[in-house]
Design a binder for this molecule. Structure first.
Ligand code: NAD
Ligand code: GLY
Length: 353
């Protein structure tokens, strides 16, 4: 399949390839260039794919973290760095991150820190990590109650997205991946049309495998134009301010599910903006609800608004910055004083929930 190349700086080139049999074929070939290889994964993924990894890569050192967002911490990051140091990795080593967005984000950050940067290859195993988190070089851990507070831009040398991993993915994780796909749909008319035309196939793995390359190509295009989020890349935060606010104050749903909730809320807010396309925004909301299977119960809006104030996208003037959908393929930045944001969330919550 086609490879996307992202050139972010003189020495930073990242290649993203969608292909089958990554563990058996692509990875051993790509790793031949490195002196040492270290695998970072989580316990769930290693239980499922450890045997295949061993068959393909032999007896390489492995660090498997417990699965889940609550382990996206500095403790896990430093445990990984310790394991890398104990394995005696040199600058010429490559860290392979096999797993979802949590593994990819922590592993990418560890690769950026170890000896001031070693090579990293991302092998994303969830739908969300294939269409979004593995591409573009954002790495992070959650810290002091703030999502992704500590991190770095650090491009992986390669990303290999293999749809075969979806075979073991629980239905809920498919829904989470769809959260970021719907976000891309809110930014790209082509992806929106594909989702609308396939409303009855949104959980069909062959349909999803088919739209992964378009999602990667869309994200890679944005990252190529603005690798460090000075302008255009802010579009990829659509729905995320409200998603992170609910995620931090509640934490009962997964990141991708909160992205759908955030997109629903922010689409409702966008209807109040002059010139926005209400019919389109309603269609986008219907798509979010179709994936969520109905409106989930949500925490108090005031608490969520206070959590939003800590969001790293804010400018620090007591206001909250949002990237909102506006019309098909169009988005806008909005900045609301926190009290107004809290009122807006509460009013929208009363209407939608
Ligand atoms: P995750 O990494 O927690 O994976 C979800 C669950 O699926 C885990 O329990 C994992 O063990 C399991 N799993 C992974 N692959 C599997 C497979 N093939 N079969 C069965 N189970 C499997 O979560 P995620 O949804 O992949 O990623 C969410 C994270 O990504 C969040 O921390 C979010 O902040 C981050 N993120 C980062 C970016 C970025 O640009 N860096 C973008 C979006 C999201
Ligand atoms: N997921 C948002 C970004 O990569 O910029």
């Amino acid at each position: 399949m086609k490879t996307q190349v992202i050139r972010c700086a003189k020495r930073e080139t990242s290649r993203v390839t969608c292909r089958k049999n990554v563990l058996e074929r692509a990875l051993p070939a790509a790793l031949a260039a490195y002196g040492e290889v270290f695998l970072f994964t989580d316990e769930t993924v290693f239980a499922l794919y450890g045997k295949k990894v061993r068959a393909a890569l032999g007896d390489i050192p492995v660090f498997a973290m417990p699965a889940g967002e609550r382990y996206k911490t500095h403790e896990t990051l430093f445990a990984l760095l310790s394991a890398m140091a104990e394995a005696g990795l040199h600058r010429t080593a490559c860290l392979v991150c096999l797993g979802g967005g949590v593994v990819g984000d922590i592993g990418g950050l560890a690769a950026s820190l170890y000896m001031r940067g070693i090579a990293c290859i991302q092998v994303p195993t969830t739908l969300l990590s294939q269409v979004d988190s593995s591409v573009g070089g954002k790495t992070a851990i959650d810290f002091c109650g703030v999502k992704n507070l500590v991190g770095a831009f650090f491009q992986p040398r390669e990303v290999f997205a293999d749809p075969a991993f979806f075979a073991t993915l629980p239905a809920r994780e498919v829904r989470c991946g769809l959260g970021e796909i719907v976000k891309h749909g809110a930014l790209s008319a082509d992806i929106f049309d594909a989702l609308q035309a396939n409303r009855d196939r949104l959980s069909d793995l062959s349909f999803l495998a088919g739209i992964v390359p378009a999602n990667i190509a869309f994200k890679a295009g944005v990252v190529r134009a603005d690798p460090t989020e000075k302008g255009l890349r802010k579009c990829l935060n659509l729905g995320h301010t409200t998603a992170h606010a609910f995620e931090l104050s509640d934490g009962k749903l997964s990141h991708g599910e909160y992205v759908l909730v955030g997109t629903l809320f922010e689409a409702e807010y966008a209807k109040s903006l002059e010139g926005s396309d209400e019919a389109y925004l309603c269609a986008l909301q219907a798509l979010c609800l179709a994936v969520l299977g109905g409106m989930p119960s949500l925490p108090d809006a005031g608490e969520a608004a206070r959590a939003a104030l800590l969001d790293k996208k804010n400018t620090g003037k007591g206001s909250v910055v949002l990237t909102v959908p506006f019309a098909k393929g169009e988005w806008r930045l909005a900045e609301l004083p926190v009290a107004k944001y809290a009122q807006t969330l509460a009013a929208i919550g009363r209407k939608l929930c």
